[in-house]
Write a protein of this length. Structure first.
Length: 250
């Protein structure tokens, strides 16, 4: 392998997450319905999985539906749900070719039965695949995830001989073990399309040291080149984790 390839391999994010924003505005600017924007966005989500797999990214989180998205018009929520129920089974042959393993982050129990079934089948059908892990964040909220971990931590502490001391000695590392998907790596790169500069309750705990990348491109227009631009930006960042530049370089 050429040195430059080696170098770019070594600075790929292990775990990249995407807030796929701008579907509605993309649709509006074309006189289409918001759902048309989500449909086009879903096509791009399918493509981005392939591009990320090709590039060697190990984990990719896609924010498909947040805990706050229930507040959207009922018709849009229903449309998003049926999009998932229809699309997930359709993508399975392609996911097998690329050895994609689907995982879910979030509480899927309030989702319509057909969506829960499609999601569970997608996870089961791909469970033995050895390639990229695609984490679909569905009815996911970072604050909710942290609150659930706090509840688990209290329960765990109460089962210890000295609960108060157990809580006093609780470390961030131990606490992280109580998060929903603690076996997923912390987020290295968070990409948000659509021009807004916020995290919107996505991977709150695990974005602590993520590099943030914002682009004005609406999600349905996002291309492989746009992904490469985000990866190039990531590769140019110095990740210091609280240390000085000199410490990191030596
Ligand atoms: C934000 O755009 C997008 C969403 C809330 C939904 C994202 C869902 C998809 C891309 C489709 C399904 C995904 C998978 C993984 C199968 P917005 O509607 O807030 O856009 P706007 O800010 O322009 O209104």
């Amino acid at each position: 392998m050429a040195p430059s390839e080696q170098e770019s391999d070594s600075i790929l994010p292990c775990h990249a997450g995407i807030i796929m924003d701008g579907n509605g505005r993309w649709a509006k600017s074309r006189g289409k319905s918001r759902l048309e924007g989500h449909k086009q966005g879903a096509e791009v989500a399918r493509n981005v999985v392939r591009w990320a797999a090709d590039l060697g990214i190990q984990q990719l989180s896609l924010y498909a539906f947040s805990t706050e998205n229930w507040e959207r018009p009922r018709l849009e929520v229903r449309g998003l749900m049926s999009l998932l129920a229809v699309l997930l089974p359709k993508t399975l042959p392609e996911m097998a070719d690329n050895q994609v393993r689907f995982r879910i982050l979030g509480d899927i129990s309030p989702l319509p039965n057909n969506v829960q079934k499609a999601v569970q089948q997608a996870c089961e059908a791909t469970a033995r695949h050895t390639g990229i892990e695609v984490i679909i964040c569905l009815n996911y909220g970072g604050q909710q995830e942290i609150v659930a971990a706090v509840r688990d931590a209290l329960q765990w502490a109460n089962a210890q001989a000295d609960p108060q001391q157990a809580m006093a000695e609780l470390t961030p590392e131990r606490f992280r073990q109580m998060m929903w998907r603690h076996d997923i790596a912390p987020l290295d790169l968070l990409i948000r399309t659509g021009g807004e500069m916020r995290i919107s309750n996505f991977h709150l705990w695990d974005a602590a040291y993520a590099e943030l990348y914002f682009t004005d491109v609406f999600w349905p227009d996002f291309t492989r080149h746009d992904l490469q631009l985000a990866l190039d930006a990531y590769a140019s960042r110095e990740r210091r984790y609280g240390r000085t530049s000199e410490q990191v370089c030596n």
